[in-house]
Design a protein around this ligand. Structure first.
Ligand code: NAD
Length: 367
């Protein structure tokens, strides 16, 4: 296998802290295998990039991302940049990157780790065995639709955003969701919309149904309104397997799904569709805990696992990482966000990283 080039954007806040641990995990994969698989190159993105270059994404950063085999991102943003105009804000750097690279689907697995069952705000019997994959449309919808802005209309200050979805945009994300559902054991797909109120959702529902009928008749498909879906995720989340939904609904539902599993610090994500995929934790830059050495690095580390699986066809190495995370949690080690007084041992960011790497060595040594 040729050496894979990885573009690394540590980003802002705890993004830099969790990225450090994740990159060490990559080195451990090479150390265990005795081979050089990866070449990494770092660039600025978000607030750090604005501070250095007065833009949240440079041409140089974009071109490195374009020419890489995969992209890793920590997180961007923070209060320091909240007063900037929208087009200069850190989050615009990330949106621009996704758009330029045509990443139209964001995959967010929400899986409950057995040792963390009691860290969820929901009762154990409701969440046991949850393994949901949410596929969020990422390149269209309300976050990109035109017209947008704040302007005076008939003398009244008015904020405007527009939800726009074309047939091809819906078809491509639906196709991807059906494919993932087909690959899973007893896979089924739920398409989430608001077709009782929004025309864009009426088209969404029609197109998803057509793609299912024509190309994936073997995959069971259901449609659910987003308000009901938000309720069902709390009431009976086990009914869901793969979900596909729009940019806005996906943004909200994936945060809800993540809390069911215990902590936002546990969940990785992948943005796919274009030539190169981007892997990042679902959490933000957590300015409230920046610099304290207590951020949970597991979502970032599990994002490395997703990258090895989806971009590099290295399922064995991905399994070392996932198995190591399970083992460390089963042994009772917890970062502050998932720690409960009197249960297990509290560790910091780098302590958790060290434990995962040690567990990877043990797991791979037993193969
Ligand atoms: P956040 O995810 O950064 O934090 C929410 C809460 O979860 C905070 O209390 C934080 O301490 C905690 N938390 C998050 N990740 C954690 C981890 N790994 N370990 C332990 N605790 C963790 O969301 P926010 O506070 O709404 O946003 C902060 C900034 O991040 C904002 O500027 C926002 O725009 C940005 N953001 C960026 C991304 C991204 O880069 N993809 C995603 C979401 C938010």
């Amino acid at each position: 296998m040729s050496v894979r080039k990885i573009c690394v954007f540590p980003g802002d806040g705890i993004g830099k802290e969790v990225m450090r641990e994740a990159l060490c995990v990559l080195t451990t994969v090479e150390e265990i295998s005795g081979k050089r698989f990866f070449e990494t190159e770092e660039e600025l993105l978000g607030g750090a990039c604005y501070d250095a270059h007065k833009t949240p994404l440079t041409e140089q950063g974009l071109s490195l991302a374009r020419s890489s085999d995969a992209i890793l991102l920590g997180a961007v943003g923070g209060p320091k940049w909240d007063t900037l105009s929208f087009d200069l804000r850190p989050e615009r750097g990330l949106l621009g990157l996704r758009r330029e690279l045509d990443m139209f689907a964001n995959l967010r697995p929400a899986k409950v780790f057995e040792p963390l069952l009691d860290a969820s705000p929901l009762r154990r019997e409701i969440i046991e065995g949850i393994d949901i994959l949410v596929i969020r449309e990422l390149a269209g919808g309300l976050y990109f639709g035109e017209p947008r802005g704040i302007r005076m209309i008939d003398g009244v200050e008015t904020g405007i955003n527009t939800e726009v979805y074309s047939r091809p945009e819906i078809e491509r994300v639906a196709r991807m969701a059906f494919k993932f559902a087909r690959e899973r054991k007893n896979g089924k797909l739920a398409s989430v919309d608001k077709s009782n109120v929004l025309e864009s959702s009426v088209l969404w529902r029609k197109v998803v149904a057509e793609v299912g009928e024509k190309e994936f008749p073997d995959v069971p498909l259901s449609h659910i309104l987003v308000d009901n879906c938000a309720m069902q995720l709390i009431r009976n989340p086990r009914q869901f397997d793969v979900m596909v939904t729009s940019n806005l609904f996906g943004d909200i539902l994936t945060d809800e799904a993540s809390m069911i599993t215990g902590s936002i610090g546990m969940l990785p994500s992948a943005s796919l569709g274009g030539k190169v995929a981007l892997y990042e934790p679902i959490h933000g830059s957590a300015p409230d805990i920046e610099g304290k050495g207590i951020a949970n690095p597991l979502a970032m580390i599990l994002s490395i696992g997703m990258m090895l699986r989806h971009s590099f066809d290295m399922p064995r190495e991905a399994a070392w990482i996932e198995g190591a995370v399970e083992r460390v949690l089963a042994e009772g080690y917890r970062t502050a966000d998932i720690y409960r007084e009197g249960h297990g041992s509290k560790v910091g960011t780098s302590g958790m990283g060290d434990l995962v790497r040690e567990a990877m060595r043990q797991i791979s040594g037993k193969e």
